[in-house]
Design a protein around this ligand. Structure first.
Ligand SMILES: NC(=O)c1ccc[n+]([C@@H]2O[C@H](COP(=O)([O-])OP(=O)(O)OC[C@H]3O[C@@H](n4cnc5c(N)ncnc54)[C@H](OP(=O)(O)O)[C@@H]3O)[C@@H](O)[C@H]2O)c1
Length: 247
């Protein structure tokens, strides 16, 4: 789909990759962006741009009432960007309890599921598109981010099924696979890191090119993806040495 004149909704729009999505969408000529954040006060800096196309929306993606309210308020959305994410960076066994594992599933899996279910009838009017921010850890398990990797693997599986189901109404579904990027979340991972602009540019280019598949975003991601595709056991084996730190 073309981004010019689209009406987008970006979750977690206040910072990181979400904020970069907003800035790049504005440059590409969208008509409107619902900038969704769980605390709308955190959008103040973005709203300082003074762009009348930005419409703030309170949205915690784990809150069913807020998801339903968003779908009724933003009934003109043509591009849904499920960007919000949470990573605890802990082990599956060494984490003190399963609270973070559950939170990661709530934000990274149930959140995009709830949003896409709520917006599917809205998107059906135009075909539209969905972008799910996944991760290279959707493919490769990283023990120091064990339960995050699992939540992103669930997100990839979900993205594929959603693509098949929404294909009937002509909705394009792009899953974005990327290695560590230069944001608060990525700062917990080793350098070098992708620039958020690189990630977002590749994701939006894929949407505009009509891609209905996963996109590997950023040159560094493509290098790792190529190595993984050539020899999955070797790359997975290298990751298995990266264990969570002991207290
Ligand atoms: N950075 C990386 O290395 C990397 C690599 C591959 C994929 N990704 C994925 O890219 C996406 C964006 O990551 P990022 O690096 O920009 O992360 P980030 O800097 O940690 O920002 C996370 C964003 O998600 C929002 N969020 C968290 N829980 C939420 C909830 N329950 N409801 C609504 N919003 C919520 C945060 O809002 P608050 O400000 O309110 O906390 C924030 O806007 C995530 O899905 C992440 O998994 C990141």
């Amino acid at each position: 789909m073309k981004i010019a004149n689209a009406v987008a909704l970006v979750t977690g729009a206040n910072r990181g990759i979400g904020r970069t999505f907003v800035e790049e969408l504005l440059k590409r000529g969208v008509d409107k962006i619902y900038v969704a954040a769980r605390d709308t006060a955190s959008l103040a800096d973005l709203l300082k741009l003074g762009d009348s196309r930005l419409v703030p929306l309170p949205l915690d993606v784990t809150d069913a009432d807020q998801v339903a309210a968003a779908a009724s308020v933003a009934g003109d959305v043509t591009l849904l960007i499920n960007n919000a994410g949470y990573a605890a960076f802990d082990g599956a066994i060494s984490a003190p309890n399963m609270d973070d594992a559950r939170a990661e599933m709530e934000v990274n899996y149930f959140g995009p599921l709830a949003l896409t279910r709520a917006f599917a009838p809205v998107l059906a009017k135009t075909g539209g598109a969905v972008v799910n921010m996944l991760s290279m850890l959707s493919l490769i398990s990283l023990p120091m981010a064990a339960t995050y990797s699992a939540s992103k693997a669930a997100g990839l599986s979900l993205t594929r099924s959603i693509r098949a189901e929404l294909g009937e109404q002509g909705t394009q579904v792009v899953g974005v696979l990327a290695v560590q990027a230069d944001t608060a979340m990525g700062a917990k991972m080793p350098e070098p890191r992708l620039s958020p602009v690189e990630v977002v540019t590749d994701a939006l280019d894929a949407i505009e090119a009509g891609t209905n598949d996963e996109v590997v975003a950023g040159a560094q991601s493509r290098g790792i993806h190529q190595a993984f595709t050539a020899d999955p056991q070797k790359v997975q084996g290298m990751m298995l040495t990266k264990l969570p730190k002991r207290a």
